[in-house]
Design a protein around this ligand. Structure first.
Ligand code: NAD
Ligand code: LMR
Length: 339
């Protein structure tokens, strides 16, 4: 993103930032669902990322065109497009990070769980291939319902004998992006300075922004905090309704997905103190998966941070989200084990 504004001198300094040796390692990133509403702008943003040396764009169709288009951009990475299942193995081989925005999006009136029947099968087959062709890759799951697709992926990897809980991430960055934007607007503080952890899961009330920990501090009244919480929880629906049948968030999601993948790459490359919220295997609550702040390192998750001090309102929100999140996790586990 900085790259968009930078010339070659500052691009070189961006490349070196955080790298003691000055050499930026080779990293392959695969995007599965690369011809879709998220996949295309995400592929563009990953092409702009100087940490990527190879970019594999996979979809069931349409990727030769996307790859040819993006390949003309004069940045570091080499691009290849792969279309159809017989090319999936080639797309995945050697990947360090696999980003999955494959699957159907919501239309007005639908919940994310309404996507389960189609997307669960798509995620299961893609994860089966990941286990075979790049079992050590960090997997960034965007496909909804994330609260179920992440447990499905974990079960598929367990069955294949490749599961490493440090390498599986549900991408909840868009919730953080939204919480920061909405908070900055309400608190009238510069948006680029705002930090807000968002914990729990990625659907409705399971999305729990912790505005009591937001910085810069603004001491907003309770009704503002409630309105901000609700808007963050309903952010996806706000976009689905505005798009009126033409899908859900794609551009803001591509931005959020690119931010999270960049954090994963930095962690892999040994950049210190890379922290993002993500839905990961966790023991900070009674649930086996939970989103919270996570430190990213050379093997993926380095540390899962606890929730920190919560306001009474947030404690209530945490209590209310547990049953729904638990049911979504169990639904994913059951699907992966029965089919
Ligand atoms: P889209 O329909 O525009 O694109 C999806 C792409 O997936 C299509 O190009 C399709 O061909 C491809 N696809 C379908 N089956 C596939 C398979 N087996 N292998 C590879 N590719 C396959 O949808 P979109 O708007 O890009 O959304 C994609 C998913 O991301 C949806 O499930 C949506 O709900 C989810 N999403 C998640 C978040 C989040 O915060 N995690 C945010 C926005 C959207
Ligand atoms: C979002 O939060 O925008 C996504 O999960 C897509 C959706 O269905 O809302």
């Amino acid at each position: 993103f900085q790259l968009l504004r930078s010339g070659s001198a500052s691009r070189a300094s961006l490349l070196r930032r955080g790298y003691s040796s000055g050499a930026v390692p080779e990293r392959k990133v695969a995007v599965l669902g690369a011809a879709g509403g998220i996949g295309q702008p995400l592929s563009l943003l990953m092409k702009l990322n100087p940490l990527v040396s190879k970019l594999a764009l996979y979809d069931i169709a349409g990727t030769p065109g996307v790859a040819a288009d993006v390949s003309h951009i004069n940045t570091r990475s080499e691009i290849a497009g792969y279309a159809g299942e017989d090319q999936l193995g080639q797309a995945l081989e050697g990947s360090d990070v696999v980003i999955i925005p494959a699957g159907v999006p919501r239309k007005p009136g639908m919940t994310r769980d309404d996507l389960f029947n189609i997307n669960a099968g798509i995620v299961k087959s893609l994860c089966t291939a990941i286990a075979k062709y790049c079992p050590n890759a960090l997997v960034n799951m965007i496909s909804n319902p994330v609260n179920s697709t992440v447990p499905i992926a974990a079960e598929v990897f367990k069955k294949a004998g490749t599961y490493d809980e440090k390498k599986l991430f549900g991408v909840t960055t868009l919730d953080v992006v939204r919480a920061k934007t909405f908070y900055a607007g309400k608190a009238k503080v510069p948006v680029e300075e705002v930090n807000v952890p968002v914990v729990g899961g990625h659907a409705g009330i399971t999305i729990l922004p912790l505005f009591s920990q937001a910085t810069p501090k603004a001491n907003l009244p309770d009704e503002d905090i409630k309105a901000l919480t609700k808007r963050t929880q309903d952010g996806g629906t706000e976009v689905v309704e505005a798009k009126a049948g033409k899908g859900s968030a794609t551009l803001s999601m591509a931005y959020a997905g690119a931010l999270f993948a960049d954090a994963c790459l930095k962690g892999l490359n040994g950049v210190p103190d890379v922290v993002e919220c993500s839905f990961v295997q966790s023991s900070i609550t009674e649930l086996p998966f939970f989103a919270s702040k996570v430190k990213l390192g050379k093997n993926g998750v380095d540390e899962v941070f606890g929730l920190g001090p919560l306001s009474d309102y947030e404690k209530q929100g945490l209590e209310s989200l547990i049953p729904e999140l638990k049911a979504s996790i169990e639904k994913g586990i059951k699907f992966a084990n029965q089919s």
